[in-house]
Design a protein. Structure first.
Length: 308
């Protein structure tokens, strides 16, 4: 039985930037419509699609009056990182976040389990310190689900589910490459928790492999390395991160691409994230993670800091 989104503080809004998603989006649209608690509103931002995406979205919106389509002009290419966040904010501007208990930046290349949003809201109600959370992303590899390998200390960028008040308090998403890492660290700076859970009812299928959506896997890995440099990550932590992923496809070369992205940014003297307090907080966490592991380093932060 589908529950009411209005009752019990379950009002949530989805904001979905998309471009040329005709191959995947029907699966996401159907999964959201089938959720045990449907969104109070869904704003889908068509970022200049040139395929059948606009027609599919228009037909879907006619069936569901809680869906609004926002159309942006064609930029001539698919955008990731800052471009996606620009599109997200085109949708965010259409809502009053105070009207909703939760908000979610949701990609349109996902297959979600039916109680996905219901369970996330239950977890957040049970623990008021959780600012943002998600399930885990899997790839369907010949009928076998393979974990994309995201850490438990972050909510995943393709389903960033936020307590609305916390999203506003951290200043929302930065319009930088590592927006989906910076936000989680900013939550921890304020004493909140960012997390994800690997459980059957929260596992979703990512229909487009991580880091391959624009110019290929290698470009995606280099972009990730540069994003880590921009965010303020130290070289030793970056090297350790690249080494940890050496056995992931594309073997070795993917890790080298990540490391080169960081080094290239350093060599060129590219600017780093301007918040010095944030970079100090990040480096402190990363040093502890190298010494005691990520899990223990996060636990220490949670033990030290109370909600502001």
């Amino acid at each position: 039985m589908r529950l009411s989104a209005v009752k019990n503080g379950n009002r949530y809004v989805l904001i979905s930037p998309c471009r040329n998603e005709a191959r995947y989006l029907r699966q996401t649209l159907d999964c959201v419509a089938a959720q045990s608690i449907r969104p109070a509103k869904w704003v889908i931002v068509d970022d200049g699609s040139t395929d059948e995406t606009p027609q599919i979205l228009a037909a879907y919106a006619r069936q569901h009056d809680w869906t609004e389509i926002v159309t942006r002009s064609d930029r001539g290419r698919r955008a990731v990182g800052p471009g996606v966040i620009e599109a997200f904010y085109s949708g965010y501007e259409k809502i009053n976040p105070d009207d909703y208990d939760y908000l979610c930046k949701l990609d349109l290349d996902l297959r979600l389990p039916p109680r996905y949003f219901e369970i996330l809201m239950q977890r957040m109600k049970a623990n008021p310190r959780i600012a943002t959370c998600s399930g885990k992303a899997y790839i369907d590899s010949g009928g076998r689900l393979v974990n994309e390998g995201h850490g438990d200390e972050t909510s995943l960028g393709m389903t960033k589910f936020y307590r609305s008040s916390c999203f506003k308090a951290i200043g929302g998403f930065v319009r930088e490459v590592m927006w989906d890492g910076i936000d989680c660290h900013r939550c921890r700076m304020k004493g909140w928790i960012a997390c994800s859970w690997d459980e059957p009812e929260l596992r979703f299928v990512h229909l487009r492999p991580m880091g391959s959506s624009q110019d290929g896997v290698f470009t995606g890995r280099m972009r990730h390395g540069y994003g880590q440099y921009l965010m303020g990550t130290g070289f030793l932590f970056m090297a350790a991160s690249a080494l940890r992923r050496i056995d992931e496809k594309p073997y070795v070369l993917g890790s080298l691409a990540m490391l080169w992205g960081w080094v290239k940014g350093a060599i060129r003297g590219k600017p780093r994230y301007a918040d010095a307090e944030f970079r100090k907080f990040l480096r402190r966490y990363q040093w502890r993670a190298l010494l005691v592991g990520k899990k223990r380093a996060i636990e220490e932060i949670d033990e030290e800091i109370s909600v502001v």
